[in-house]
Design a protein around this ligand. Sequence first.
Ligand SMILES: [Mg+2]
Length: 86
Amino acid sequence: MHKLLVVDDETDICDFVKTFFKDRGFHVFTALNGEEALAIAKKERPDLVLLDIKMKGMDGLAALRHIKELDRSIKIIMVTADSGLP
Ligand SMILES: [Mg+2]
């Protein structure tokens, strides 16, 4: 079973995305910040990470760097709800 790690600082988004992918056969882990994401990545070695960019503490870009240092084969998709509009 493919392992997916969903990282977002909003619990609602984590829960929604988790349910969506669980229903489609993925083994889903969730993390609410970069530190938690890195700990889970170390332990579980997910195939894919959906990584929120804007988070308090370790943000998505820092987490991306750390996860890639840990294991370059982990695929990461950066996600943001920010439209970029003023
Ligand atoms: Mg967010």
